[in-house]
Design a protein around this ligand. Structure first.
Ligand SMILES: [Zn+2]
Length: 469
């Protein structure tokens, strides 16, 4: 992840596919909770059906609203069914029976909550013209006795709760929904961590991607996104094969011409890129923002393959995904824009990598808070694999994805084996392993030697730093 990007959404996605989803103890002893989310005109309702009797049903994701530090559900939900109320118990929002058990069917009316949460995804994104995307996992519930809920930590793993899953069904009386690249009258998800879009006006939907763009966005920006998004995502699909779980989708919204601002916030959930533009500085054409958006879509879009189709085994292997995403993005932007200075981007990576690995390996960068090493050094290693393969880097990645799609995990050895397969020189693997595990006493010279060995044309500056010319 890079660029002028924010807070809550990103903190969770962590940019790569390595992060585990919220996974409470999943002893599925009974049928799942079922909830039906319906928009009928301006009225939004959630109707819950519970598979078993319980006095308390609590919401798995119960982060507070960023602005108030209080429950966002309390501010935007109203329980219509008598005998049950919404209450805060410890760290959790909960549906609580006035006496005995919560009724089997509970109906709630709500207003989509579009403000930020503390360390969780925005519950709803307004995309203008009546289009609203809802995040499904905010509707998930578990049951547990009240005194247990009161003492639960944020991480529910291993806690004594009864979670049989929640099946969420979405419907809009006004027309089809858009979810993970497909339009349909009804969408059902279970623990999918995704946004379901209601009321999209003229979304772009192709076999390989979809995009819904706020009609209120400044037209130069909307036009740029309409052009860039299919160009980038369809290109990846052609190069890398189908994305897992359906065509990738981009949702772009406009926060308005806030005085003194020109910003883009972005985030990624499975299958979907979210971008939110804000500020008076974007009312007139702003080429810098086009470059930023282009890079963001190209880097994040590649993670649907390098991150979601295959993820890493351990976070210290992030260099395979982040460096790979950077080189895929570089090659993609280069293809779209002949004037793009791709060598400058590689040279930045060489310089940055050299500064982060003196006597310290790339793999342990997370331990010292230098995660940039995964991007910079990972991009250099990706360049080495590309150069030795004699083919575009996307072909190398496609091989990795196809070989590992089934178990979904790309290990460091699998990456290095693939390098051996194209390199015809076991010394390259050894050199990269040394940089991964130990770094180098002379990082600049070590990177220059690596480029030389890979046959990548470069010059060496007076300071010993190699660069492409
Ligand atoms: Zn990334």
């Amino acid at each position: 992840m890079r660029g002028a990007i924010i807070g809550a959404m990103l903190a969770l996605t962590g940019c790569a596919g390595g992060a585990a989803p919220v996974a409470p103890s999943a002893a599925a002893q009974s049928a799942p909770v079922a909830v039906s989310i319906v928009r009928d005109g301006d009225v939004w309702t959630a109707e819950y059906r519970f598979p078993r009797a319980a006095p308390v049903w609590a919401f798995i994701r119960s982060a507070d609203a960023e602005a108030t530090g209080r429950s966002w559900r309390a501010a935007s939900w109203a329980v219509e069914t008598p005998g049950v109320r919404l209450e805060r118990i410890g760290r959790y929002d909960a549906l609580v029976a006035d006496s005995g058990n919560v009724p089997e069917v509970v109906r709630i009316r709500f207003t989509p909550f579009t403000d930020e949460l503390r360390s969780d995804y925005v519950p709803a994104l307004a995309l203008g013209g009546g289009a609203v995307a809802l995040f499904d996992d905010h509707f998930l519930l578990f049951s547990a006795p009240r005194d247990v809920v009161a003492g639960l930590p944020v991480d529910l793993t291993g806690q004594p709760i009864d979670d049989s899953g929640t099946r969420v069904t979405f419907r809009d009386s006004a027309g089809p929904l858009l979810h993970r690249g497909r339009r349909s009258p009804e969408v059902t998800t279970q623990n999918s961590n995704s946004y379901i879009l209601f009321g999209a006006r003229d979304p772009i939907v192709t076999d390989t991607m979809a995009a819904a763009i706020d009609p209120a966005l400044p037209s130069w920006l909307a036009d740029a996104l309409r052009e860039l998004t299919p160009a980038i995502l369809s290109r990846y699909a052609a190069e890398l094969g189908p994305a897992p779980g359906g065509p990738p989708t981009l949702l772009a919204s406009w926060a308005g011409p806030t005085p003194g601002r020109a910003s883009m916030n972005g985030g990624v959930v499975p299958g979907t890129i979210i971008m939110r533009f804000d500020g008076e500085g974007l009312v007139e054409r702003n080429p810098e923002m086009i470059n930023l958006a282009r890079w963001f879509i190209a880097h994040e879009g590649s993670h649907f393959w390098l991150g979601q189709a295959v993820r890493y085994e351990r976070s210290r292997d992030a260099w395979m995904l982040e460096g790979g995403a950077d080189l895929l993005a570089i090659r993609t932007v280069q293809a779209l824009d002949p004037a793009y200075d791709w060598k400058g981007e590689i040279n930045r990576a060489l310089r940055e990598c050299a500064g982060l690995i003196e006597n310290r390996g790339v793999a342990s960068a997370e331990d010292r808070g230098q995660n940039r090493a995964y991007y910079a050094c990972g991009a250099v290693f990706a360049l080495v694999a590309e150069a030795r393969s004699g083919r575009p880097y996307s072909a190398f990645v496609r091989g990795l994805v196809e070989a590992n799609r089934e178990d979904g995990v790309l290990t460091r050895d699998e990456w290095l084996d693939a390098l051996d397969g194209v390199a015809g020189d076991p010394g390259l693997r050894a050199d990269i392993e040394t940089l991964l595990d130990q770094g180098s006493a002379q990082p600049r010279q070590a990177l220059a030697a690596l480029l030389r060995r890979a046959g990548i044309a470069h010059v060496v500056g007076e300071n010993g730093l190699p660069r492409l010319q």
